[in-house]
Design a protein around this ligand. Structure first.
Ligand code: ZN
Length: 453
């Protein structure tokens, strides 16, 4: 399909042109790049032919021509990249509600480069000054360039990340705010490969990765946890206001990916996000999302903060959905159930800041612990298995605390185990849950009974 736009590009180390380019007018730059790329795109001078004449390797798929100067090695997976890209293309079409058959002729042209001078000499990379001096990747309409990576998983991820840019720039005419542009590229590129039974690999979209091995070298979840532990986790507003040049840092990519994953999966925001994505992906994208009927900025910010506080592989958004209702003052003793297969559960009872409370828990639950199988736990937890510094299965009692200073809002654990006393840290409801990864709740069963007084 013909390229519809030249006026947009994405530099993955920051979405603004380099300093050199600031001296050029945007229109001049766009015209020059378009002329240069259209020259190599003529039938007589097809870019793949230019690449072959220059001694570069060319791999063709249905939706991608991949050119590289990387020496071929057994098991480096280069040959299968176009097939993986083709499978990813189908996933991207599904995400945006597009019919892949209607876009069967859509193609991207990607350059995987070790020595970018070889690509310049071949006429496949604009001369100095025409594109930003990118470090990892750059995309202009259906053309993208990326520097080779030593890790095959990371190389494949970057290729798909640039592929998402090419897809949204051409098929969705995307000119969205930076957080969405980079966040959706990270989100739709995240995957794992599984054997397809025929000695090839199958692309499996895993936008919320189930395990660390799904996203080798990305480190997004770890980065976000470090930011949270340091009290520096970004708010949803911070992410929405990400500056165009902020994506030089891993943290900005991680936060943008987290916002997209949150909006695409959280039961309270998923519909609004999908509706916004069906509208133009333009500069008003964020404003349009926030103007959706029922959207509530403070609630969305609180839910996003709660997500970042507990983020982990396989985060189960449905089971971690939080009831923020205020609850009734705890005036007498009462008993509340705590399900093993859900995240923070609102007890329905509220304390005033400083008020004392005691609790005593009984019951036994089962928690799934692959590969050890299902284990039984009391409110004290299973001392052979730990998560975030406490035994798995241990009862946690907390309140949502929004600090008066610059600190980030978060659940503050007030007590844990089978019984104890504590003082309320804020005025609001008590929350309870079992200590376990938010990605491993689904195979738990049973509930504790907790006496509060
Ligand atoms: Zn990017």
């Amino acid at each position: 399909m013909p390229c519809r736009i030249w006026a947009i590009w994405v530099n993955c180390e920051g979405m603004q042109p380099s300093h050199t380019l600031h001296r050029l007018s945007r229109a001049l730059w766009v015209t020059g790049l378009a002329l240069m790329l259209s020259r190599v795109g003529t039938a007589a001078d097809a870019p793949a032919d230019l690449a072959r004449r220059a001694g570069l390797h060319v791999f063709e798929g249905r939706h991608l021509t991949l050119v590289t100067d990387r020496p071929l090695r057994a098991d480096d997976g280069l040959q299968e990249l176009p097939q993986v890209f083709d499978q990813a293309f189908a996933t991207w079409c599904r995400h945006y509600g597009l019919d892949p058959e209607q876009h069967a002729s859509w193609r991207a042209f990607g350059c995987l480069m070790v020595d970018r001078e070889r690509f310049r000499a071949a006429g496949l990379l604009p001369v100095d000054g025409m594109v930003p001096d990118f470090e990892n990747g750059f995309c202009a309409a259906d053309r993208f360039w990326l520097m080779d990576q030593s890790n095959p998983d990371y190389r494949r991820h970057l290729l798909l990340h640039e592929g998402v840019h090419a897809f949204t720039l051409t098929l969705r005419a995307a000119d969205a705010p930076p957080w969405y542009t980079e966040g959706i590229a990270e989100y739709l590129a995240t995957h794992r490969l599984e054997p397809d039974g025929n000695s090839a690999s199958r692309f499996v979209s895993a936008p919320m990765p189930r395990r660390r091995a799904d996203v080798e070298q990305l480190g997004r979840i770890e980065q976000l946890r470090r930011l949270h532990d340091a009290g520096q986790a970004p708010s949803l507003t911070d992410v929405f206001e990400t500056a165009p040049d902020a994506h030089r840092a891993l943290g900005a990519y991680a936060a943008s990916w987290a916002a997209v994953a949150f909006l695409a999966h959280h039961p309270s925001y998923r519909e609004a996000f999908i509706a916004a994505e069906r509208q133009p992906l333009d500069r008003d994208f964020t404003a349009r999302l926030r103007a959706t009927a029922g959207w509530n900025d403070p609630a969305a910010s609180r839910d996003f903060a709660a997500f970042l506080a507990d983020i982990d592989y396989g985060y189960d958004f449905a089971r971690m959905k939080i009831d923020w209702s205020r609850g009734e003052p705890l005036a007498a003793q009462t008993t509340v159930p705590v399900a093993a297969d859900r995240g923070w559960q609102n007890s329905g009872w509220s304390l005033a800041k400083g008020e004392n409370c005691s609790f005593a828990a009984t019951g036994r639950v089962t928690v799934g612990q692959a590969p050890a199988g299902r284990l039984e736990s009391s409110p004290d937890g299973i001392t052979l298995h730990w998560y975030r510094g406490r035994p798995v299965g241990r009862l946690l009692v907390a309140q949502w605390v929004e600090p008066d200073d610059d600190g980030r809002p978060s659940f503050c654990i007030l007590a844990d185990g089978s019984s104890g006393e504590f003082a309320a840290k804020s005025t609001g409801p008590l929350y309870l849950k079992l200590n376990e990864s938010p990605g491993e709740l689904a195979d738990n069963a049973g509930e504790f009974s907790v006496l509060l007084k």
